[in-house]
Design a protein around this ligand. Sequence first.
Ligand SMILES: Cc1cc2nc3c(=O)[nH]c(=O)nc-3n(C[C@H](O)[C@H](O)[C@H](O)COP(=O)(O)OP(=O)(O)OC[C@H]3O[C@@H](n4cnc5c(N)ncnc54)[C@H](O)[C@@H]3O)c2cc1C
Length: 441
Amino acid sequence: MLYDVAVIGGGPAGSSAASYLSKAGLKVVLFEKKKFPRPHVGESLVPSVNRVLNELGLFEQLEEQGFLRKYGAAWTTVNTQQNVNHNFDGMELLEQVDILFKERKQPDRYRDYTFHVDRAKFDEILLKNSERLGTTVFQNTGVQNSDFSNPDYVELDVKTDDKVRKVKAKMVVDASGRDTNLGTRLQLKISDPSFNQFAIHSWYKNFDRKENELKDYIFIHHLPFHHTWIWQIPITNEITSLGLVTSKEHIKGRTMDLEGIFKDFLANKFELAERINKAERIRTFTLEADYSYSMKQMAGDRFVLVGDAARYVDPIFSSGVSIALNGARYATDNIIKAFSKPELNLKREAFKEYEKIMNAGCRNWYKFITMYYRLHLLFTWFVKNPKYRLEVIRFLQGDVYDEEESFLLKEMEETIREVEKNPKHVWHNLLNDIQHTVVKQ
Ligand SMILES: Cc1cc2nc3c(=O)[nH]c(=O)nc-3n(C[C@H](O)[C@H](O)[C@H](O)COP(=O)(O)OP(=O)(O)OC[C@H]3O[C@@H](n4cnc5c(N)ncnc54)[C@H](O)[C@@H]3O)c2cc1C
């Protein structure tokens, strides 16, 4: 049997790519090395996913399944005397800022909210949907090798239990996440020394999210160390996901276990620590390390990389699933066109629009994230400033792919340069050590 497309990985990128391709009538096979449902990090979505969820017939299903609605996001800053209540151009900096997605209209995004998700359930729903649309799915089956030496097809070695067999497809979509199956084999991966991060996370029951209108927002709580923050993501009415992200340099030499590290950092945010200590932890801590990288190319002859397999940017703005779903949408648009034009012969050229749009989108995310880390008070100040607020919300909604260039990034960059040049600037000592060359990228 010769498939049209073989997809490696059944996470959000793989299942939605498979769904679009099957919907278009292509013969698709998907290999997922794990058995679903399986837990996964990445639980808070941004509204730019809604378009894909809707096109694949999933939005209402998620609504019916009772996933919590996400209406907005909030950030608490580090509350030291040094950086609170400073005035800058007449703007007071507050200890907390928040945004509501519906402040900025998104005409083609269907709803002014999105979801927080239990990824075990969410990913399984997406994978089943690809099966419903015609994809042949093999779980518990990992792809080991892809051989591109034949000019007419790719031959994959796939392993179920101890058995390895060969499968042929005209092309491959690698959606293997941070395993970066093809990118690693083809030596395309470029790791990013600016974000050498480390995260630990768990689920808590009865964590007090406070009974107010921000109860179901995602919260990002800053801690007084560079690159360090805690996420608070509501999963159900009772369960909250809490995770610490920090730079690996801050954990060097610490000998305690993961919970010990979590509590040690948390001690710097007294009020939050108190609330967490009163809650009941219901999962062991999971560790995620070594993330942030790009690839020399996102596509090649007979292959396309999608989602984390193509690019990974720091998760501070919950961009990952958006990149996975939107990437799948743009990639499959190119793939479907390529199948209707045999003369393109599934060469890299056929996927150039995908590479262009995703490179631009990821560059936007990356710059925004980098400047945020460089001087996160600048972000709070831009959120409060009416001139920039809607543009910041556009980024937080994830509308960074097919919209016009943003003046926001340019103005943020200019402000950072001013602060860098002026040692007397009230924010100068708050500049983070992120490499400036990265901002120039
Ligand atoms: C600390 C942290 C916090 C995050 N928070 C958020 C957040 O709040 N919101 C958000 O949107 N994103 C977040 N992310 C990012 C998010 O987790 C990812 O961007 C998202 O899961 C990418 O989806 P994907 O389908 O590309 O990869 P994955 O979801 O990782 O799926 C890849 C799948 O491929 C399978 N696979 C791997 N290798 C093979 C193989 N050889 N053969 C077959 N199958 C294989 C894996 O088992 C897996 O199921 C976070 C990430 C981290 C590290």
